[in-house]
Design a protein around this ligand. Structure first.
Ligand code: SF4
Length: 278
């Protein structure tokens, strides 16, 4: 059995054997299993760091590093570098929850469950239109008013892309009675479209390209806003056996595999990743 995430193996009771390596092609034939590796030559591994931040399920293990632990760690980094005076820490389900645990543990501020997620609706950032995305946020998340009412809330999410979803989530909290909202993001500002994973077609659609952090805070309506530091991104999964990460959506520095032309890499890998997240 081969799966894009280890949690799929757990679900069917399969045992994890090993990761498919960067550039490796594994061929299953009647005569057995073989690997093809030579076609890549010497290439530097460049695992998508956004797998640890958002794409992967927290019960997955990538290259030997737990996604859950990486997200908890992001929350701990944020608590140290982006502290807040607050009464409760909550996460935006699902990928903000693990980091909220880390932020609460590191800061000493109690952790709470602030939102209940409707489990019958998909991820919002891949919805085709703005109206569709906003409708889905409303249906997808419902705040627990008794948890946040009258409280200064630290709200943890994995990213701010266009800003519209974040603004809507903050409004939900305010309507539920939160007195302050301190937004913390488990990634650096999202500055570059990615052809491999996030399906953002233009920098125009990225709020961090057009606004400063204080401006974004004002637009989404929060009392303070803090992002994960760029230098902490590569420390999220220290135990990973991966030899290097891509962080181009934050840093702008990418290293396409020398074995593939950029054009081929864009088409092929984009389709593979979209297939998986859809
Ligand atoms: S640029 Fe794309 S592949 Fe690289 S870290 Fe960002 S989402 Fe992942």
């Amino acid at each position: 059995m081969v799966a894009s995430e280890s949690c799929a193996l757990d679900a069917v009771g399969a045992s994890f054997v090993r990761d498919v390596e960067p550039g490796e092609v594994v061929v299953f034939e009647p005569s057995g299993v073989r690997s093809i590796r030579e076609h890549c030559g010497e290439c530097k591994p460049s695992l998508c760091v956004f797998e640890y931040i958002y794409f992967a399920r927290p019960d997955s293990v990538i290259d030997g590093a737990s996604v859950h632990e990486a997200r908890v760690r992001a929350g701990e980094f944020l608590a140290i570098k982006q502290p807040a005076d607050a009464d409760i820490v909550i996460g935006v389900p699902d990928s903000g929850l693990d980091a909220a645990v880390g932020y609460a543990r590191q800061s000493g501020i109690p952790y709470g469950i602030g939102f209940i997620k409707n489990r019958y609706i998909g991820r919002t950032f891949i919805s085709p239109g703005q109206k569709s995305r906003e409708d889905k946020v409303r249906i997808k998340l419902n705040p627990i008013a008794s948890v946040v009412r009258g409280k200064r809330v630290v709200l943890i999410d994995d990213s701010i892309v266009r800003g519209t979803t974040s603004k809507r989530i903050v409004n939900l909290l305010r309507d539920a009675g939160a007195t302050e909202v301190h937004f913390r993001v488990t990634a650096p500002p999202f500055l570059n479209p990615c052809y491999y994973g996030t399906d953002i077609d233009s920098r125009e659609n990225l709020i961090a390209c057009r606004h400063t952090i204080p401006e974004i805070a004002e637009i989404i309506g929060v009392d303070s806003l803090g992002y994960l530091a760029q230098e902490d991104v590569h420390c999220l999964a220290d135990s990973s056996a991966c030899g290097g990460y891509c962080d181009a959506c934050f840093s702008g520095k990418s290293a396409p595999s020398p074995g593939l032309s950029t054009k081929k890499a864009k088409g092929g890998l984009r389709n593979e990743k979209l297939f998986r997240i859809l």
